[in-house]
Design a protein around this ligand. Structure first.
Ligand code: DGI
Ligand code: FE
Ligand code: FE
Ligand code: FE
Length: 189
């Protein structure tokens, strides 16, 4: 898939505000691609498409989990945790798109995962730090990325903040989120 085609796919599928967020994530991912020596086309594609399934119907998402034999634990969660893994299979099937680095980056953009590749880490981080994000601590993470240039530390710091936030709201933590937290606690150095 080319950048222009992916842009059109995202624009037609998503409400304007969400599409704009995806454009900012893609632009942020491009900046990070330069710093961390990653393929810019893959970063752009994963960024623009990462929230493709954000507004899909929940019942259909559960059907896809079953039909595509995705992690059955996903059935215990809602759109927040499902939209990444679902978007990855839908984009693969609908557009015959098979790049596993891009598909994994889309699938893991919410939870993270252990042993992520460079595109996965960039999208996970770009989603959190794109210019319109205002969470407490986001400027520190922008510094870790653009000044210190420590991507594993950024992934860890984001995951720690996510888990804290989820626990404060008594939310259930998906196993890949926990695996990401533990793996990057070690990998961050
Ligand atoms: O789609 P975005 O809004 O751009 O952001 P996202 O996909 O990174 O996160 C979507 C939501 O997912 C966010 O409100 C927090 C939630 N989330 C992330 N990890 C987990 C989670 N929710 C639960 N219950 N468990 C998790 O492990
Ligand atoms: Fe998302
Ligand atoms: Fe995220
Ligand atoms: Fe997003």
């Amino acid at each position: 898939m080319k950048r222009k085609e992916a842009l059109k796919v995202a624009e037609e599928k998503l409400p304007k505000k969400r599409f704009k967020h995806c454009e900012r994530v893609a632009e942020t991912a491009l900046k990070m691609a330069e710093i961390f020596k990653a393929d810019p086309d893959k970063c752009y594609l994963a960024g623009i498409l990462h929230d493709y399934s954000k507004y899909d119907e929940l019942g259909k998402m559960y059907q896809t989990v079953t039909n595509e034999q995705l992690d059955p634990e996903l059935l215990e969660y809602k759109t927040e945790v499902l939209h990444g893994p679902i978007a990855a299979v839908k984009i693969k099937n609908k557009f015959n798109y098979t790049d596993s680095e891009v598909l994994k980056a889309i699938a893991h953009h919410t939870s993270g995962a252990k042993e992520m590749g460079i595109i996965e880490k960039i999208i996970f981080t770009a989603d959190y730090i794109e210019p319109k994000r205002t969470q407490p601590g986001v400027d520190e993470i922008r510094d870790i990325v653009f000044t210190e240039k420590k991507l594993d530390l950024a992934v860890y710091t984001i995951t720690k903040a996510n888990v804290r936030h989820l626990l404060n709201k008594d939310q259930t933590i998906y196993h890949k989120t926990i695996e990401c937290l533990n793996y990057y606690n070690m990998a961050k150095g």
